[in-house]
Design a protein around this ligand. Sequence first.
Ligand code: KG4
Ligand code: ZN
Length: 333
Amino acid sequence: MINILAIESSCDETSAAIIQDGKVLSNLIATQKVHEKYGGVVPELASRAHIQNIIPVVDVAFKEAGIDKKDIHAVAFTQAPGLIGSLLVGACFAKSFAQALNKPLIAVHHLQAHVLSHFIDAQPPFPFLCLTVSGGHTQIVLCKDHLDMTVLGETMDDAAGEAFDKVAKMLGLPYPGGPLVDKNAALGNPDKFKFPMSEMKDFEYSFSGIKTSVLYFLQAQKKLNPHFIEENLFDICASVQHTIVKTLLLKLEKAAKAYKIKHIGIAGGVSANSALRKALIESGEKNNWQVYIPKFEYCTDNAAMIGITAYYKYLKGQFCDLTTTPSARAIWA
Ligand code: KG4
Ligand code: ZN
């Protein structure tokens, strides 16, 4: 039996999980409310909140899992990418904990972990194609094995989650706006307003264009009617969401066809989006795919996905030592 303590602290969630033989015994997530009033994550405040949260979160993770600290076989942490101060808190904690208990350390790549969140409750066969859509990244990943992944294409500028959050901000919605756009969109008409879809080569994305077009559109409409946003909030959200989701699916379908893959998943914070989840199911029916949609608790940042990745690394003996340092940007681990 292999028990792993996993820590995730790359952005503004402090999370700890205990994984036993690839199964989640506990997965605690402390979200940081402090950023809300600033309309985005303030890195220094995130680091401070991680310092306050990490010990209680780990403590509860052990209690909920019902296992003792001495029964851990390895300690895993998110090494990259992320906010450097936030990563440092998790890494320093994990290193100290591992050293105190004389257990091995496992460094995990955050984006690899988002993809492997699909392997917590299921076992998609390889090759498996995953669209990872988070606040910081948008990429189509080809998985040949648990730890053998290639990024086929990614965004050249803003991530899909960033586009959701920035549009939400223009509409006066609080941070993080993605879930609120989703909520308002449910009551609107997705065909009411037309926004341009980016035209990028191969499997690349771009989301800065839609953000700018929404900005200009809102500025023009507000000149004609100062109450335009309040009166059309549902339809604006539905139309923007529709454009983002359509763009995401277009390249995913293209990649699936090019690589002849039938097992397709979505991961990352934006995979919680109801329109994206629905669109993937529809695409699956149309293209005869087996689709994989993560549980909500495994969409946004969580330590369970770090733990499952660490479990596969443990099986392959991929450990790191105390000289391993976190990195704000990093290629696949
Ligand atoms: O994966 P994640 O928790 O953090 C990063 O690694 O970036 O993703 C956070 C992103 C935010 O941009 C948030 O607005 C977006 O995921 N998000 C959503 C929804 N839930 C979270 N975007 C659209 N619809 C949602 N339901
Ligand atoms: Zn993430």
